[in-house]
Design a protein around this ligand. Structure first.
Ligand SMILES: Cc1ncc(COP(=O)(O)O)c(C=O)c1O
Length: 475
């Protein structure tokens, strides 16, 4: 067992600030950040003959800044339809959407037409009766999605991305100097730890080898060694495709350290992996709109237990964030769900409508069926991958997520060698993201309509493409 403190990333905040605020971009561009940002932009861009693909490789974490930095000039990004000899763009035929390459990255994912169309509404007041009703119903639908009936559970729905969920946890549920145990199964644990440290918490990472997860014995041992205010676990780490057993982890926590809050990062799992919030006694599950829930990016979604709300209420110090403050949002969420207009900050009205539509669709059928469909599709992909002689990052069956598959490339190949080939066939896969092995694998997301809509044949096309691209290259 190795317990490591994650290094804090001083440039991450600068990068985020630049993304969010164009004005800051100019300031940063003229400062020391410029070479670094330029490097990051370049590495997210591609000097390929094809339009840009999702090949982030690693992140800024291991980029070294050389003094030879030159001005960044973005590649032209225009999509031209797949080549003539490629299969016709079936995604276009299967939906009313404009022809486009089928997005099979681990989020954002393909949209259902009705979800997209529900965003195309006229302007409305965010405190008018129509929207208040939609928002309130959406919160109630979230309770169904998370399988919670406890009156003490509280959904939160904020404009923002999944990352805002980390800030929400770090600024409300832990205080400066308190301890957080971060179970590490890939990139997203590093980032959650960095977020916790940003707010002054002591984040200790319990790391597993790549493709594995910390064992229950290691977790128990770590919990016995120190008092932890929170334990965080990434349900599906999108960088490795490793699935964590959050039910078993929570049982260990309740046995050894019952007051430790169990925080689940479910950004890549809610909507496709089973989560029984009450039954498993979870404290926070945070997620985002753009993965298995099937909406555009832009919504940060959280479910909190009564225990978590109590921890926020009894803090010794004020919440460390204004926008992400439970104090500020709790009455708003309660009012909306009670059908009363309320305002703290303007909600993303169109996105909330899209979420209402997708949650209505999801909860109109038994959730168990939805999870089974994802398991079956994932199994199909994983079997096909292994028949091609390819390995996954997650080697144990019980560690493998149903949301995505991280496929190791045959020796000597890197994502830019293969992703353009898939793109020519009208399919977008993602490059590797784990900093130590980013150039050695690709990621295939199989969530939402791609697997639940019987009219779509995304998986058939993807498996044929995998075969064509990798056939003959046995490991
Ligand atoms: C597991 C996990 N956690 C957190 C995040 C951050 O979410 P966002 O990019 O929406 O801010 C992601 C994004 O892909 C993720 O996969």
């Amino acid at each position: 067992m190795s317990v490591l403190l994650s290094p804090l990333l001083p440039t991450l905040a600068a990068l985020r600030a630049t993304r969010l605020c164009p004005a800051a971009s100019g300031v940063l561009a003229s400062s020391r950040a410029k070479p670094r940002l330029s490097l990051i932009s370049r590495h997210l861009d591609q000097k390929l003959p094809l339009p840009a693909l999702n090949t982030p490789f690693s992140t800024e974490r291991n980029v070294s800044v050389e003094p030879d930095d030159v001005e960044y000039k973005p590649v032209q990004r225009t999509y031209s339809a797949p080549e003539q000899n490629a299969p016709r763009d079936l995604a276009a035929a299967m939906s009313a959407q404009a022809p486009h390459p089928t997005v099979l990255i681990p989020g954002p994912i393909e949209f259902d037409d009705a979800v997209l169309q529900s965003m195309s509404t006229y302007a409305e007041s965010h405190v008018g009766p129509g929207f208040v009703k939609v928002f309130g119903e959406t919160l109630t639908l979230l309770r169904q999605l998370f399988q919670t009936k406890a009156s003490s559970s509280q959904p939160f729905l904020l404009a923002g991305s999944g990352t805002l969920g980390w800030d929400f946890v770090a600024s409300n549920l832990i205080e400066r100097g308190e301890n957080a145990l971060v179970l590490h199964t890939g990139y997203f644990a590093d980032s959650f730890a960095a977020c916790l440290q940003t707010y002054g918490a002591n984040a200790t990472q319990l790391k597993a080898p790549i493709g594995e997860r910390p064992s229950l014995e290691e977790i128990e041992q770590a919990l016995k060694e120190r008092d932890y205010k929170v334990l965080t676990v990434t349900h599906v780490d999108t960088s490795t495709g490793v699935l964590s057993d959050i039910k078993a982890v929570t049982e260990v926590v309740r046995k050894v350290s019952p007051n430790t809050l169990v925080i689940v990062d479910g950004v890549c799992s809610v909507g496709c992996e089973e989560i029984a919030f009450d039954e498993w006694d979870l404290d926070v599950v945070l997620t985002a709109s753009q993965k298995a829930i099937g909406c555009p990016p832009g919504l940060s979604i959280l479910m909190l237990s009564g225990r978590a709300l109590e921890a926020a209420k009894t803090r010794a110090t004020p919440p460390a964030s204004y926008y992400a403050s439970i104090q500020n949002w709790l009455p708003i969420m309660q009012n909306y769900e009670a059908g009363k207009p309320s305002y703290f900050a303007t909600p993303a009205t169109q996105l909330v409508r899209a979420l209402h539509t997708s949650l209505t669709q999801i909860t109109s059928k038994p959730l168990a069926d939805r999870f089974a469909v994802h398991r079956a599709a994932s199994q199909r992909v994983k079997t096909a991958v292994s028949e091609l002689g390819l390995q996954q990052l997650a080697t144990e069956k019980e560690n493998q997520s149903n949301a995505m598959t991280a496929i190791r490339l045959p020796q000597g190949l890197t994502p830019p060698d293969v992703l353009p080939k898939f793109f020519q066939k009208g399919l977008v896969f993602a490059g590797g993201l784990h900093k130590e092995i980013a150039s050695q694998y690709i990621r295939f997301g199989h969530m939402g309509v791609t697997v639940t809509d019987p009219k779509r044949d995304d998986i058939d096309r993807a498996l044929s493409a995998l075969k064509e691209v990798f056939e003959g290259v046995k490991k």
